[in-house]
Ligand binder design. Structure first.
Ligand SMILES: [Fe+2]
Length: 215
């Protein structure tokens, strides 16, 4: 998805709509994926439809370089390319069989950068609950593999940091099931994080990261 360019298509949910129950119910998944995520894809395609010169840009390029777009589409692309990028990662890194924990290089990096997994969770929860209004909380890696927690407003991404996973704290992600209880939603979301996938992603980055010249 991140290497795709326009026209973008809505990736199917990688599991059943009822696969994440009881933490995320079927109705929430239908609205979130089929309505909200789909709308970001449709809006982004519509914004780019009259601008063929930007239809070769990848999703990551649109997310990182929206400042250089014409004013007529700048804010729209910022919001909707971000919406596509963020929701793609959100749905891909949830897992219906999440009883797992980080392994390998990721486990070591979490110990180094947070102390342990509960400390990472606490930092991520603080970011998720502290994001005023709509936005996202992120676990990210820099080019050297150092992990950090970030939050972004609206549909902004943490690029150029590499996001490993993200908690959507827009009310549309949880209001049908949790109403105003963002903390309860976070606890449910945390139970669904697919650590095997994150472990693999992190190991792949570490194997292929750009090498800095040695002093
Ligand atoms: Fe969302």
């Amino acid at each position: 998805m991140m290497e795709q360019h326009a026209p973008f298509s809505l990736p199917p949910l990688p599991y059943g709509y009822d696969a994440l129950t009881p933490q995320l119910d079927e109705r929430t998944m239908h609205f979130h994926h089929d309505k909200h995520f789909a709308a970001y894809v449709d809006n982004l395609n519509r914004l780019l439809s009259d601008h063929p010169e930007y239809q070769t840009w990848t999703l990551e390029e649109l997310c990182q370089n929206w400042q250089s777009l014409p004013e007529s589409i700048r804010q729209g692309v910022r919001n909707n390319a971000g919406g596509v990028y963020n929701h793609d990662l959100y749905f891909r890194t949830l897992s219906p069989t999440p009883a797992s924990s980080p392994l390998g290089a990721l486990e070591g990096a979490i110990a180094r950068d947070f102390g342990d997994l509960p400390a990472l969770k606490t930092a991520l929860k603080t970011a998720a609950l502290g994001q005023f209004g709509s936005g996202w909380a992120w676990l990210t890696s820099d080019d050297d593999g150092r992990l950090s927690i970030r939050s972004t407003p609206n549909q902004d991404t943490p690029l150029p940091l590499h996001p490993l996973t993200c908690c959507d704290v827009w009310e549309h992600a949880y209001y049908l099931q949790y109403q105003n209880r963002r903390g309860d939603y976070f606890e449910s979301w945390w139970q669904l994080v697919g650590w095997p996938q994150l472990t693999e992603q992190y190991a792949s980055w570490m194997d292929h990261r750009p090498r800095h010249p040695q002093p």
